[in-house]
Each structure stands twice: as structure tokens, then as C-alpha cells.
Design a protein around this ligand. Structure first.
Ligand SMILES: [Zn+2]
Length: 316
């Protein structure tokens, strides 16, 4: 049963329920219409949530995607919500249905979940990031998870859902999990081809994204970043609706950047090992733990890059 449909036409969210909202989607000539359908299975099972709450969650996540990618990448997305046990968002999964030409997201949400907990959940934004990138071969899966892990908090920061400090704290705490061999100072990382190790897939992939972002920014005087690369892939048609490989997507992005950055780094992470001193990286970015408390150091040498990553790109 389809419970709510809203269509983003020329920027204004319109819905079957006349959901009013601010101008989350300003008029855009290139992609004037994105339809998002929210299908809540047995909504009476949710103690504190009704369909309009799921609707708002979907809009909020879509606006985060728009804040990062400039546009919502698919014409049609169907979100199916299932009830589960507990008071948090439990699970998400996404794919593209070629037959119906639509992105599909399944999420499981605890029956006792509050509206605040739903809106602050990252899961739907993470799944929508997956829809912006090709559904890659199993052996490249870490790349897709890394992109979703890296982009999701930045995108949510840009819609004001979380703070700059939260983005970096989450990253600083997560990245060590990308090193399956463990132990500070976390020097070697890689050989990710086909990995099923969760830390490597999510956080190792996120470290690939952070290093790629810094590389791009350092080589362009901070005029471009990973977001320009990812946006160029979407604009060239390399979304989940495409049959592109990871290599093709990264090659398209490198062409946009005017130099091979992403593909060589990807190949290194895939089949070799890369030396990364995380502590040194944190020091340069100004990610500091002071007696167990996380804080940002605004005197750090890479401050302009850190600000550009979190903000709206470089000086373009
Ligand atoms: Zn994922």
C-alpha cells in the first residue's frame, strides 16, 4: 500500500497530504522533477510515528542529498518502511530497479522510535548517497560504502542537522576501524578488493574519500574537492540507474579534475597498501582529543581544507 507520495516539482515539495515546507528544492532547469514515494507497511504498528513523520524524514534526507550534489539524482525513488523492535532506525538497504526505472530503499524502523530519533537518523541519507553512485561490482563494494559513509555526515551538516564538530568527531572515531591490522599509529591500509570486513568497507572506504578529497584540494589550491568529482559522475549519468563500473565512474571524475587522482588511489587501495599515519593526519586537520574530549583546533595547517570540505566546496 502506497501511503504517501510527494513530487518535487520545480523546487516546491508537493504531496498527497499537502505537506508544506520551505523551499528545499529551488527551481532547477536540469532536473525539474523528482518523485519520492514513501510506503509504510502497517503504519499502526508505530507507537509515536505516523506517515507524515516518515514523509518529513524522506524530505529531510533528500534535501541533504541536494545540499551536497546540487540536485536529487533520480527521477523516482520508492522508500519502503518496515517496523522492527526498539526505538531506533535499525537497518537500510538500497538498489535500483531497472524494470520500473526507480531507486528503491528499504528501511526498518523500531516501533518505539520517536520523531526526534527518526529525523536525526543518518540511515536514509546514507542509502540515498548509494543511489547517486553506480551499483558497483561486489569486489569494489568498499568504495560505495566509503562514499556513503564519508558524504552522509557532510551532507547532513549542510542542512543543519548536525554540527561541524560532530562530522569530524564521527570521522576521527571511525577511521581507525578501517585498519584491520590495528594498533596505532595505523600505518598500513589497503588490499581491499572484495573485502567483507565491515571496518575496511565503511571506514577504510571513508579514509580513501578523505585522502582523495585532500589530494584534490591540495592540487587545485582548494578550488575543487571530492564533491566536484562526485557531482561530475552524477551529471555524466553515473548514478545507480547506470551500469557503470567503479573504474568508469572514477575515470569520468578524473577527466573532470583534469588529472588522474581518484583512479590511481583506488587501484592502490584495491590491490596494494597505502601508508597513512592517522595521528599526523588528525594533527594537520586539527582533530584533537584533549583528556578524552574531542575538539577542533582552528590553528591547524589544513584548516582551509577542513572548512572547505565541510562547507560548500572551495572558492568556486
Ligand atoms: Zn551502505
Amino acid at each position: 500500500m502506497i501511503l504517501s507520495i510527494f513530487t518535487l516539482i520545480g523546487g516546491e515539495p508537493h504531496s498527497a497530504q499537502h505537506l508544506t515546507g520551505s523551499k528545499l528544492f529551488p527551481a532547477n532547469a536540469e532536473h525539474s522533477q523528482s518523485q519520492i514515494i514513501v510506503n509504510v507497511e502497517r503504519p499502526e504498528q508505530f507507537r509515536y510515528l505516523d506517515r507524515s513523520d516518515f514523509h518529513k524524514w524522506a524530505l529531510t534526507a533528500a534535501s541533504s542529498i541536494k545540499a551536497f550534489y546540487k540536485d536529487y539524482p533520480l527521477a523516482r525513488t520508492v522508500i519502503t518502511v518496515h517496523a522492527g523492535v526498539g526505538d531506533t532506525v535499525l537497518y537500510g538497504e538500497s538498489t535500483f530497479n531497472d524494470e520500473l526505472a526507480q531507486g528503491e530503499i528499504e528501511v526498518q524502523v523500531g516501533r518505539e522510535t520517536s520523531f526526534e530519533s527518526l529525523i536525526s537518523s543518518w540511515t536514509l541519507t546514507h542509502e540515498m548517497v548509494h543511489l547517486t553512485f553506480p551499483i558497483v561490482h561486489e569486489e569494489d563494494r568498499w568504495l560505495a560504502e566509503g562514499i556513503a559513509t564519508y558524504v552522509e555526515p557532510i551532507a547532513r551538516k549542510r542542512t543543519g542537522l548536525i554540527s561541524e564538530e560532530q562530522v569530524w568527531q564521527e570521522l576521527a572515531e571511525g577511521l581507525p576501524q578501517g585498519f584491520s591490522e590495528g594498533g596505532p599509529p595505523y600505518l598500513r591500509i589497503g588490499n581491499f578488493r572484495g573485502t567483507r570486513h565491515r571496518g575496511e568497507m565503511y571506514w577504510g572506504g571513508a579514509l580513501f574519500c578523505l585522502l582523495a578529497d585532500l589530494k584534490i584540494r591540495e592540487s587545485t589550491s582548494n578550488r575543487m574537492g571530492l564533491e566536484d568529482a562526485l557531482v561530475s559522475i552524477v551529471q555524466a549519468g553515473g548514478t545507480s540507474a547506470s551500469d557503470w563500473s567503479a573504474r568508469k565512474a572514477l575515470s569520468v571524475a578524473d577527466a573532470k579534475l583534469g588529472k588522474p587522482v581518484l583512479l590511481p588511489l583506488f587501484e592502490q587501495f584495491q590491490d596494494e597498501q597505502v601508508e597513512v599515519d592517522l595521528q599526523e593526519l588528525y594533527d594537520k586537520l586539527g582533530l584533537v582529543y584533549d583528556q578524552g574530549e574531542f575538539r577542533l583546533n582552528d590553528e591547524a595547517p589544513l584548516l582551509p581544507l577542513r572548512l572547505a570540505i565541510i562547507g560548500n566546496g572551495g572558492g568556486k
